[in-house]
Design a protein around this ligand. Structure first.
Ligand code: PLP
Length: 373
């Protein structure tokens, strides 16, 4: 099978599995227990915290483990309750659904628009003039287009207004350098399964000057901010995946860029094909394109029959006929947006797979001459 959907999830790295296994077998202690078995689990969590902290250049004490990126976003957004919230029009549903479905908890909700290249321009804040204490959410890299936002530029301006900034760095992590310190945000969301770690694990990185609002209550785990016995094996796996991502980042980035250039060069030989946000700074693994007159969902299913996995937008939107809100926010015409296919490459993909994908795509498009797409 050719797997080209790494922004949806990544296959777990074998080295990560090896690191996790002891905690699924003999080392089953509860990290809150005082005897040796408990202390071993506690120490494994501490190590994982250091590993994740090292990947994002943050103090380990400011990493809070969660059940994934969605919970990290929810915890971050809880800090915006009672405040005026500004969120970009291209946020993941884990951000925008969380805010919109609990609209009553926020003083006011505002949208931050993006350009046709999918970029939010930080200078627009000067006109919008957020109040002190307002809450802004802008993702670091978009899951569909791969466009990388100028979050540091936003923070610089937001600081002058006294606003709090959250960034969802779930897609950026492991694909580009991510420094919590240099970005200057107060809150940052991470997820393990996008970096070859296990599913159901993530983290919120937070600055000491924000007061986190727990979403669940019970035990004193995670400094009393996230009650519930820790998922030790998954946290260990996330830590290992973070360590590998840090050590291999440069090599992975270079490899992905080589693969993506090959893919884009060949895609561009297809008449009419448009690469969305082509000119913007994008993640090295992501290409989203549209082909006029083609139905993206149908094309996805036909590629699936050839054992090739791609996405027609964000995984959450797949299966519905709605057009991608991200492409809509960029002003992409509805018909072209419906043809969108996202290819997101991974560290283990090869040149041969790119060539096979292009051959399969071209063959299907020729067939579509007789309206099969
Ligand atoms: C940008 C972004 N944020 C949040 C999430 C949710 O992360 P998780 O699946 O770990 O809950 C995703 C997953 O697709 C994502 O792409």
């Amino acid at each position: 099978m050719i797997y080209f959907d790494h922004n949806a999830t990544t296959p777990i790295d074998e080295r990560v599995v090896e690191a996790m296994l002891p905690y699924l077998r003999g080392l089953y202690g509860n990290p809150s227990s005082l005897y040796r078995l408990g202390r071993i689990a506690r120490s494994a969590i501490d190590t994982a915290r250091e590993q994740v902290a090292a990947l994002v250049d943050a103090p380990a004490s400011q990493i809070l483990f969660t059940s994934g990126g969605t919970e990290a976003d929810a915890l971050a957004l809880a800090c915006g309750r009672g405040r005026r919230v500004w969120m970009s029009a291209i946020e993941h549903p884990a951000v925008f659904e969380n805010v919109l479905r609990q609209a009553g908890l926020y003083r006011e909700i505002n949208n931050l628009g993006v350009t046709s290249a999918g970029l939010f321009a930080p200078e627009t804040l000067d006109e919008l003039k957020p109040d002190a204490g307002d809450f802004i959410s802008l993702m670091l890299a978009n899951n569909e287009t791969g466009v990388i936002q100028d979050v540091a530029g936003l923070v610089e301006r937001a600081e002058s207004f006294g606003a709090i900034v959250h960034t969802d760095a779930v897609q950026a992590l492991g694909k580009m350098p991510v420094s919590f310190r240099r970005l200057g945000v107060q809150l940052m969301s991470l997820s393990s399964h996008k970096i070859y770690g296990p599913k159901g694990c993530g983290a919120l990185v937070w600055h000491e000057n924000v007061r986190l609002q727990p979403l669940q209550f019970g035990g004193d785990q995670e400094q009393g901010l996230r009650a519930g016995t820790e998922n030790v094996a998954a946290i260990v796996g996330f830590g290992k995946a973070a360590e590998l991502a840090r050590l291999e980042l440069e090599q992975r980035q270079a490899r992905l860029l080589t693969l993506r250039s090959r893919l884009e060069q060949q895609l561009k030989t297809i008449p009419g094909l448009v690469i969305f946000a082509e000119q913007a700074k994008r993640l090295p693994n992501t290409v989203q394109f549209g082909i006029p007159g083609v139905n993206g969902e149908m094309l996805l299913m036909q590629l699936d029959q050839k054992n090739i996995a791609v996405s027609s937008g964000s995984a959450c939107a797949s299966g519905s006929e709605q057009i991608s809100p991200v492409l809509a926010a960029m002003g992409v015409e509805a018909q072209l947006a419906k043809s969108a296919i996202r290819v997101s490459l991974g560290k283990d993909n090869s040149e041969t797979e790119i060539d096979q994908f292009i051959d399969a795509l071209k063959a299907l498009l020729v067939k579509s001459g007789d309206n099969s797409l």
